[in-house]
Design a protein around this ligand. Structure first.
Ligand code: ADP
Length: 176
């Protein structure tokens, strides 16, 4: 069982906009109108049709997720989720970040995605402490995967060596 769960997870270093998967997750802001970091990279790579679709959606509350097409991306779908802005840890940031993962998985099931790639939500401009965020990402995935069989691969796409090393180390702790 544990072996099978581990085989459904990959940790890579790279650029999520290049991923040939069914769905990539975007660490969006609540306007869904694009921004910096991974959000900006996804909008640039997907092209202006993406912004036209997110405009129609009209925003997304923190912790929730909304789906659009991937347009010029290799990924068929983009799951936009809004991570919490870190403000010390007493504003429900942990639960909101966990909700991002749970709601993204739920959206992935709804669109029939078999392969899903995540960035490290909230750990850039939103300043969520990396170790704490990666633990939440891996623990939510650890509890979600046994409840579902349709998603065959969850890929954590790490931007830079620091994030990559952190995921690799915590993966060993969470999936022992
Ligand atoms: P947030 O506002 O949720 O903190 P950011 O985009 O600022 O979102 O950062 C989230 C994470 O995404 C950071 O680890 C950042 O380095 C990473 N990131 C930035 N660009 C990319 C990309 N093209 N592919 C994957 N991850 C990226």
């Amino acid at each position: 069982m544990e072996r099978e769960l581990k085989d459904r997870i990959e940790i890579l270093q790279g650029d999520i906009t290049k991923m040939e998967v069914d769905a990539i997750v975007n660490a969006a802001n609540s306007s869904l109108l694009g921004g910096g970091g991974v959000d900006g990279a996804i909008h640039r790579a997907a092209g202006p049709e993406l912004l036209a679709e997110t405009r129609k959606i009209g925003g997304c509350p923190t912790g929730e997720a909304r789906v659009t097409k991937g347009y010029r991306l290799p990924a068929k779908w983009v799951i936009h989720t809004v991570g919490p802005i870190w403000s010390g840890g007493n504003r429900n940031e942990d639960d909101l970040l966990a909700s991002c993962y749970r709601n993204s998985f739920k959206a992935a099931i709804e669109i029939g995605a078999v392969t899903v790639a995540f960035p490290s939500i909230s750990t850039g401009a939103y300043r969520f402490p990396l170790e704490r965020a990666v633990n939440i990402a891996l623990r939510e995935t650890r509890s979600f995967l046994p409840t579902n069989q349709s998603i065959k691969k969850v890929i954590f796409v790490c931007f830079g060596t620091e994030v990559h090393k952190r995921y690799q180390r915590l993966f060993k702790e969470v999936f022992t």
